[in-house]
Design a protein around this ligand. Structure first.
Ligand code: SF4
Length: 257
């Protein structure tokens, strides 16, 4: 472990579901909000996704997703709360009129989904059958409202996009995504689920405990109602929390964080 007072670098060696994992990570040495850890979690997620893609290709399958495919950007995207605060910060740092334009898209999307009662349906999802839940997702998709960050058929926040977007990859023909169904769209089932893990980190318990789904388009409204109350922890401790969730095992504290 090396420490230059601002940053600390260490080697991570783990086995997740039998998959050996070795990475060198540099994280903040001092306590920080989890949003500051997001670029590190995003980088890790990229590595896990690459591993998943290799496994799929080794099994003889091909990923159909390619530049210009945007059907998945019309789906409800589940955010980790950390990502919601980060998205707000990202938008607030945009120059006007771009900032105003993006906010308008969020507002318009929220207004429409309120009008059709979609958020209420989402809240009731836990009490619905699998088929009915799929219907709720499809209802969102068929409103044909793009993610507010989709511009010129590309993601305008590609480097900072949510982990769920990174993990949305399919092996079924790309054209099936424009008329999706569980039978016609085969998503990759990742062994290492970084998006789901991130959703558990910094969980404020403000979300519906049963549904636990924060759609991207609600990020601005939701963070307005729930100001950021995340604790500050060292980068090392945030990493330990992440891997603890990922591996379902306790990672001991080695020092006073
Ligand atoms: S964040 Fe980017 S990749 Fe994700 S849904 Fe929006 S436009 Fe698509």
């Amino acid at each position: 472990m090396e420490n230059d007072s601002e940053w600390i670098t260490g080697q991570i060696k783990l086995s997740i579901n039998g998959i050996p994992l070795e990475m060198q990570m540099t994280v903040p040495a001092k306590p920080v909000k989890p949003q500051r850890m997001l670029p590190i979690f995003q980088k890790m997620s990229n590595s896990f996704v690459e591993m998943g893609i290799s496994a799929v290709e080794d099994s003889g399958q091909t990923i159909s997703c390619k530049k210009g495919c945007t059907a998945c950007c019309y789906q409800p995207i589940p955010l980790a709360e950390i990502e919601a605060y980060n998205i707000v910060e990202l938008i607030e740092n945009l120059p006007d009129p771009r900032r105003a334009e993006i906010k308008k898209r969020f507002d318009e999307a929220c207004r429409r989904f309120h009008e059709i009662g979609w958020f209420e349906k989402l809240d009731r999802c836990a009490y619905l059958s699998k088929k009915e839940r799929e219907k709720v997702v499809l209802e969102y998709f068929y409103e044909n409202i793009a993610c507010p960050f989709l511009e010129d058929e590309a993601c305008s926040i590609y480097q900072a996009r949510p982990l769920a977007c990174r993990e949305y990859l399919v092996t079924s023909p790309a054209e099936n995504c424009s008329n999706p169904s569980p039978e016609t769209v085969q998503m990759i089932e990742f062994q290492i689920k970084s998006a789901a893990t991130l959703r558990q980190i910094g969980d404020s318990k403000n979300l519906n405990a049963i549904v636990n789904f924060l759609p991207l388009i609600l990020a601005l409204k939701w963070t307005e109602i729930h100001p950021d109350e995340f604790p500050e922890k060292t980068g090392e401790r945030w990493m330990a929390d992440f891997f603890q969730r990922l591996t379902n095992s306790q990672i001991p504290k080695e020092q006073n964080y």
